[in-house]
Design a protein around this ligand. Structure first.
Ligand SMILES: [Zn+2]
Length: 448
């Protein structure tokens, strides 16, 4: 059983605004009790209960309670983050801070006792003299666990219904593993130990969207620098920027959702029960990557991994992070580690003792993650080498800009020399690899 939130735009009136303001007031009050008077959880609850009884004007009693309870949960999660930070600070961009910001507005939470459905409407109760908030609601829809109304500078007012969701858990084999190598030019590269297929997910459009966002940001900032701060024109420009950035981010999210759905569907169709992704979160904490700073730090590949994780968990799969140090430099065939990371898109082994392995660079990374993290999976080492020798060229997945769809393209087919795929001609089954891959089949567009 899991919960799923359905978010929708919401038309707010003055009452909603007052509700959000009061919710923010209660949250800020609880925060100050902790920040200035160093009260414990129990004391905060006690004081806030009394405070809400006396000062509440608009909110339903349960909604007011939820506002300060939310602060307490935030504080608790801060202490947990601090614990993990003290144990292992890598993966954090800095020391975690307790919730410290004063909220002018905060989300309004309606618990189950404040939600009533009848005559095709949902009624969200507020304090008595005021009329409840009315929303059209089909009769056959279930009643949500709780409802939230929130405001965000970028999205405006939104309402989200949190519903209970029964998911069907599939029977998946945990010994079948897929690895993901997150990256820049290829947002993700996957490899699995079922049919050892490598799939690369093109990241060029995402990269260009990130660049476009920075260009928009820069241009509007220069315009803003020429006018008076907080003047009318200044604010109009800020609004325009938010609107454009939102549109660009929507596009980015669309690509990430389609990619993650395809990865999970691929895994499920092969009966894979475990996904291991390379943990490159520390690259986002480096502040000095020279010219490539923006390119590396703003790339949303971590977001993709998060999407894959929750989508895979919903069908009963297990997703975890694995080490990825040196995986893109290590030869999967002989284990030789290069001194520098490979240049270009093709990895070719530079072992002085002759080894002619050459393969797509990102594919090598994904295979490396499999070798490094998946040790308890039963596969014979000899058989494994044969598999590597027989790798087919990676299948590329690309998002089309104009008509949003995914298609399969065969990438790097011409760049990889033939002889390297068959290891020294020992694997006679392999022969010429172009026979193995049905070229026409690959180029056919694949619509999800
Ligand atoms: Zn090698």
């Amino acid at each position: 059983m899991s919960v799923h939130a359905y978010k929708q735009p919401f038309k707010a009136d003055t009452l909603t605004f007052e509700l959000a303001k009061e919710s923010g007031k209660i949250y800020s009050k609880a925060m100050l009790l902790n920040k200035k008077e160093h009260k414990s959880f129990k004391e905060i609850t006690k004081i806030m209960e009394k405070y809400c009884k006396e000062n509440r004007k608009y909110l339903h009693s349960q909604s007011a309670q939820a506002s300060y309870q939310n602060f307490i949960t935030n504080l608790k999660s801060f202490f947990e983050a601090l614990k993990t930070f003290n144990k292992n600070p890598s993966g954090f961009s800095g020391k975690p801070r307790p919730p410290h910001k004063n909220k002018f507005m905060y989300k309004i939470i309606f618990k189950k006792s404040a939600i009533h459905c009848n005559n095709g409407y949902m009624l969200l109760s507020v304090k008595k003299p005021y009329e409840p908030i009315k929303i059209k609601w089909a009769k056959d829809l279930p009643i949500p666990l709780w409802v939230e109304i929130s405001y965000n500078k970028y999205d405006g007012w939104n309402i989200s219904f949190v519903m209970e969701e029964k998911c069907e858990l599939l029977e998946l084999d945990k010994n079948k593993v897929m690895t993901i190598d997150p990256g820049n030019k290829r947002t993700a590269t996957t490899f699995n130990n079922v049919d050892s297929e490598v799939t690369t997910y093109n990241g060029k459009i995402i990269m260009s969207l990130v660049r476009l966002r920075n260009v928009v940001d820069g241009r509007i900032k220069t315009k803003q620098s020429k006018c008076k701060k907080r003047s009318r024109y200044y604010k109009i420009l800020a609004r325009v920027k938010r609107k454009i950035v939102k549109r660009i981010k929507n596009k980015e999210n669309d690509i990430l959702h389609k990619y993650s759905r395809k990865i999970v569907n691929d895994a499920v169709s092969k009966g894979i029960g475990k996904i291991v992704s390379g943990d490159n979160s520390s690259t986002h904490n480096k502040t000095d990557c020279g010219k490539q700073n923006q390119k590396i730090q703003q790339n949303p590949e971590r977001k993709l991994i998060k999407l894959v994780e929750y989508k895979f968990a919903r069908v009963g799969g297990q997703a975890e992070a694995g080490h990825e140090q040196y995986t893109s430099r290590t030869c999967p065939k002989c284990g030789y580690v290069k001194k520098t990371s490979p240049k270009g898109r093709t990895y070719s082994c530079s072992n002085p003792i002759k080894c002619d392995f050459a393969y797509d660079r990102d594919g090598v990374g994904a295979i490396g993650i499999m070798k490094k993290n998946v040790s308890n999976v039963s596969f014979d080492h000899k058989e494994w080498l044969d598999v590597v020798g027989g790798l087919t060229p990676p299948i590329g997945v690309k998002y089309h800009k104009k008509t949003p769809r995914l298609s399969l393209v065969s990438s790097n087919r011409n760049k990889i020399p033939n002889n390297c795929l068959a290891s020294n001609g020992e694997n006679s089954i392999l022969g010429n690899f172009s026979e193995l891959v049905n070229l026409e089949k690959l180029e056919e567009p694949h619509v999800l």
